[in-house]
Design a protein around this ligand. Structure first.
Ligand code: DAS
Length: 355
């Protein structure tokens, strides 16, 4: 079923595209790094859009399914790993980031596309946004329907991502996420819906632009530092500091905080109710964690808005850090990288105001 669908698709399209697919000097060189996800997923039937298996098709199959890419870029592919992105780990991030930096140092590489599961795309994107040391475009792409589904969104998303990665206009804008004809900035994008192809949103500030006929159209740029302008360097790192997230809600207990501290965490992010509010038992546990040297960041579970310093808690007195408008999963990433540089909370707060 899959082979006939993909082959049929490829055959049908190939008859429409007469352009040769050989290397063309006039085209940008784009490397696709595949990591898994729904974009590489397969289902039992063409109407299986839930209950499919992610991370099944290799990068060559993804490239074969979109022959049009070779009319807008010289495309090559590498399978960095093959996972559903809920299983992404710090080790995967370090491996991916090092490969991206290695490739972008090569003058023969003009841009990179990363195919990725949608569940943690926003986290990988923000991590790379802080550690990639190049102005060349890095575009992360996924899909909300598996490759075997009717109206699979992966092929057009991949085509658009390659178009952006090969575009000079996308240079110097930080890591980008491109699905559903929209271009999102790595810092602000989040997955906002479990099912819809339009799931990726930037709730605070909106998308950066659109993709039209495989070309990016930008309307704004992120104001925060990224890529070559950050102080973070993962080149010599083989692991990241242990930081976890604790979720806030009515009747929240201190139990998870105590467990993370006992487990050796050096940083904790609290996704508080409202403006990063701390229930009394949670505040007590976080104060004790801070006294043991754990760095505490207050974020919010609301998904948008600024968690203001000294707003719902006296951060000066508690020696906590406020997450600005980063959601908890992104605040965790910045805190992990901050802890590779410093344990000084004033310096860490500065980083949350800059990145
Ligand atoms: N499990 C999801 C993931 O790999 C599937 C997807 O890509 O949406 O993120």
């Amino acid at each position: 079923m899959l082979a006939s669908r993909l082959a049929g698709y490829g055959l049908a399209v190939a008859t429409l595209c007469t352009a040769s697919f050989s290397y063309a000097d006039s085209l940008p060189n784009v490397t696709i790094l595949a990591t898994g996800g729904t974009i590489a997923g397969t289902g039992a039937t063409s109407t299986t859009t839930v209950g499919y298996s992610a991370a099944k098709l290799g990068v060559e199959k993804l490239i074969e399914a979109v022959p049009e890419m070779k009319t807008i870029a010289n495309v090559s592919g590498e399978q960095v790993f093959q996972i559903a992105s809920e299983n992404m780990t710090n080790d995967h991030w370090l491996k991916l980031a090092k490969r991206v930096n290695e490739l972008l140092k090569q003058s023969s590489v003009d841009g990179i596309v990363i195919t990725h599961g949608t569940d943690t795309i926003e986290e990988t994107a923000y991590f790379l946004n802080l550690v990639v040391k190049s102005k060349k475009p890095v575009v992360i792409v996924g899909a909300m329907r598996p490759a075997t589904a009717i109206s699979a969104d992966g092929p057009i998303n991949l085509y658009n991502a390659v178009g952006i990665a090969g575009s000079k206009d996308a240079q110097g804008r930080g890591v980008l996420v491109a699905l559903n004809d929209e271009i999102q900035g790595a810092r602000e994008v989040t997955k906002s819906n479990t099912m819809l192809a339009s799931t990726f949103r930037a709730p605070d500030l909106g998308s950066l632009g659109y993709v039209v006929r495989g070309k990016p159209v930008f309307y704004r740029a992120t104001a925060r530092k990224h890529t070559v302008d950050t102080e973070f360097d993962i080149g010599k790192l083989d692991q990241l500091p242990e930081v976890d997230v604790v979720y806030g809600y009515a009747n929240a207990k201190r139990t998870p905080i105590d467990a993370f501290v006992a487990g050796g965490d050096v940083g904790l992010v609290h996704a508080g109710t409202g403006n990063g509010s701390l229930a009394t038992p949670v505040k007590e546990a976080l104060k004790e964690a801070r006294a043991k040297g754990v760095i505490v960041v207050r974020s919010s579970r609301t998904g948008s808005g600024i968690t203001a310093r000294n707003g719902e808690a006296n951060d000066d007195e508690l020696d906590f850090v406020a997450a600005d408008n980063l959601n908890a999963q992104k605040a965790r990433i910045l805190l992990m990288l901050a802890l590779t540089k410093t344990r000084d909370t004033k310096d860490i707060q500065r980083m949350f105001e800059v990145y």
